[in-house]
Design a protein. Structure first.
Length: 273
DNA sequence: CGGTGGACCTGCTGGC
DNA sequence: TGCCAGCAGGTCCACC
């Protein structure tokens, strides 16, 4: 589900609820996430204060007092939602974190592809999940030259290369397709065929598009919500994603969908060559 | 080695 | 109304 704009929106909406608050209780209702939840590690979080909430790629990091970091990944269907304690539990609520004074945080995830992991600041980058995280999309180092180094040596389709978190961390299938629409490149183009000019256009489009999506609080189809259970609005601004059969916003053509690998690509057959 | 395809899950939608 | 196939925003691993 959530790509960088959704994860960023979740972080921003969590901060007013949780910054400066101390964890008073943790309840584990379901341990079977992508990696089994370590209940004892979560219990040791009781008494720790939330000093910061940040993200690295699509990972959410709760910076806790001492040297502790609580890491989340939302997978496809994960949600972190702040609710009043009296709110009835829903199916697929897997973790409940109490902050006292009527503040509860719940982790909800029907597909259980998400991840909750406790680690330390000093060993954060030793985690297999974070060890090879690529550049943040807003990092000034994300240039046409940077991307060109990867594309020229790769036979992969450019859509798949953009999904590789080791190169750029935070893009998913929606925004990879949208970036290729913005830069007039067909998603199935083999990476080595891109020109330096095209990688420059991609590098420039990435922060612009993601910045827009963040301003619209992300993309919600059915189930993405922020910490206040609000949907995003960017689905109304998509150029190609999930628009199979609908008119291109630029030319008279109709958007096409292809199954590439196990996931769909969307593009305008006229604008994107 | 790089690249592809399937596995991991549940829920929803659309066709019959 | 029910049933079934296909699809979904991500990641990881086995296999060419």
């Amino acid at each position: 589900m959530p790509e960088l704009p959704e994860v960023e929106t979740v972080c921003r909406s969590l901060r007013p609820h949780l910054l400066g608050r101390t964890i008073a209780g943790v309840t584990v209702l379901e341990r079977r996430l992508r990696v089994p939840v370590d209940t004892r590690a979560l219990k040791r979080l009781i008494g720790k204060r939330v000093d910061g909430i940040t993200r690295m790629g699509k990972y959410i990091l709760f910076d806790l007092s001492g040297d502790t970091v609580w890491l989340f990944h939302l997978g496809m269907s994960g949600k972190l939602i702040c609710v009043p304690p009296e709110m009835p539990r829903r199916k697929h609520d897997h973790l409940i974190i109490e902050f006292g004074a009527g503040h509860h945080l719940r982790y909800h995830d029907p597909r259980r592809f998400g991840l909750s992991l406790v680690t330390t600041k000093s060993s954060l980058l030793d985690l297999p999940q974070l060890r090879y995280v690529g550049l943040d999309p807003f990092d000034p180092g994300l240039t046409g030259d940077y991307l060109f180094r990867f594309t020229r040596a790769s036979a992969r389709r450019i859509r798949d290369l953009l999904l590789d978190q080791r190169i750029v961390a935070g893009l998913g299938n929606i925004y990879a397709n949208e970036i290729l629409s913005l830069t007039a490149i067909k998603p199935t183009t083999r990476a080595y065929r891109l020109t330096r000019k095209q990688t420059g256009a991609i590098a420039a489009a990435i922060p612009v598009l993601l910045g827009d999506a963040i301003r619209w609080c992300g993309t919600s189809f059915s189930d993405y919500r922020d910490a206040d259970d609000r949907s995003g609005e960017f689905q109304n601004h998509l150029r190609v994603y999930d628009r199979n059969g609908e008119p291109c916003r630029i030319c008279p053509s109709v958007i096409k969908r292809l199954a590439v690998g196990t996931r769909s690509v969307f593009y305008c057959p006229t604008c994107q060559k």
